[in-house]
Design a protein around this ligand. Structure first.
Ligand SMILES: *Cc1c(COP(=O)(O)O)cnc(C)c1O
Length: 390
């Protein structure tokens, strides 16, 4: 049979995550590739999901999401960010941030529309844009004094008459950058000037370190009306398997996204929704403790990677440390990631796969630190063998 997959999806065959996870299993390596925590979310929240199943909440919930969760989301936005969204019509529950992103792009972009993305970008962005027939216009994040940032002139140059939207991920996976007010102001200026829609991926909103605060783009002057704000319970509450996310946006944008979402999945799991409503109302102190623990894990992994010879970029948020492999004598992160299990018994992600222009990311490799301390320690001890391996 000729290739059955449609042409626009062919470049997305198997993801690097599937390849690296399979490699980790086959070689019994420590997997610091995929970003999922190896500890559970808050106990009472887990119990709430169990209770919901036992209470019989096992049929289709309403399309926009259960009212308790939409209400809890609206309260949370108000309390944390001073943003007011009507739980009836301005909040939409989705199957994780992934569906929220895909539904937003499919709902808002015509084939041929251009969308600005900061590279390296989360892998589902490129696939969602291809499904919609939209065209990526990458703006590159580069290390400047130890932190990845963009050149505002490059951002302005990426926008043209066909630009429809800009996808903004902060705190940013995989670089760990949390955009500053100054960076967000530069983005807001471009959005305003060209009448764009901003689609913001804020799944790490609570996972910021060293007193750095996440600032939603929607809180900047004029931005709430143009922003589709996306969050998820997965990273916030360490329940990545629950796939419960949400969109907050002005009514006409939510209506558009919901029009697509209703035919992708119609709705998402009822028990998780009730449990996440509990989480947003009662478990933010737990999230604070988890975040402080993560900051310590970041420091632990960074110290080990530096000692092993990597150049390490200090992330202000997320689950990930970005490294430069060239001080060790390696030049290609994909090549190193494929050899790392044999060289050191560890699996990591080659950052270049998140770029349109792969050569710009060739020397970077991403490690996840959302793992138990003993796992990080063992990985670091193994990576110490890398020196002189080239
Ligand atoms: C994990 C992640 C997602 C996916 O979130 P889900 O709620 O699991 O769909 C989206 N964006 C970024 C940047 C992520 O790291």
């Amino acid at each position: 049979m000729s290739e059955p997959l449609v042409a626009r999806m062919r470049e997305f065959g198997t993801t690097v995550f599937a390849e690296m996870t399979a490699l980790a299993v086959r070689t019994a390596s420590i997997n610091l590739g995929q970003g999922f925590p190896d500890t559970d979310g808050p106990e009472a929240m887990l119990e709430r999901a169990v209770a919901a199943i036992r209470e019989g909440l096992n049929q289709y919930p309403p399309g926009p999401g259960v009212p308790e969760l939409r209400q809890a989301v609206a309260e949370h936005r108000k309390q944390h960010y001073g943003l007011v969204y009507d739980p009836d019509g301005e909040v939409l529950v989705t199957v994780g941030a992934t569906e929220a992103l895909a539904a937003s792009v499919l709902a808002l972009c015509e084939p041929g529309d251009e969308v600005v993305v900061f590279e390296p970008y989360y892998d589902s962005y490129a696939a969602a844009l291809s499904l919609a027939g939209a065209v990526r216009r990458p703006v590159t994040l580069r290390p400047v004094e130890g932190r990845f940032t963009f050149d505002p002139a490059e951002l302005r140059a990426a926008v043209g008459p066909r630009t429809r939207a800009i996808l903004v991920n902060s705190p940013h996976n995989p670089t760990g950058t949390v955009f500053t007010l100054e960076e967000l102001t530069a983005i807001a200026a471009v959005v305003e000037e060209h009448g764009l829609i901003a689609i913001t991926d804020e799944v790490y909103e609570h996972l910021t370190f060293d007193g750095v605060r996440h600032i939603p783009l929607a809180t900047l002057p004029g931005m709430r009306e143009r922003t589709v704000m996306i969050s998820s319970a997965g990273k916030t509450f360490s329940v990545t398997g629950w796939k419960t996310g949400w969109v907050c946006a002005p009514r006409e944008l939510v209506t558009a996204v919901q029009t697509v979402k209703q035919f992708l999945t119609f709705t998402s799991g009822a028990p998780w929704q009730l449990a996440v409503a509990h989480g947003l109302r009662e478990e933010l102190a737990w999230v604070g403790g988890m975040r402080d623990g993560l900051a310590a894990k970041r420091d632990r992994l960074m110290a080990g990677l530096s000692a092993a010879g990597f150049e390490v970029y200090r992330p202000a948020g997320t689950y990930f440390v970005q490294t430069d492999i060239t001080p060790l004598g390696f030049t290609d992160g994909l090549d190193l990631a494929r050899r790392l299990p044999e060289l050191a018994g560890v699996v990591a992600i080659p950052t270049q796969v998140f770029y349109d222009r792969r050569e710009l990311g060739r020397r970077f490799v991403r490690f996840a630190f959302c793992k138990k301390d003993e796992v990080i320690d063992e990985a670091v001890a193994r990576l110490a063998r890398l020196r002189g391996a080239v």
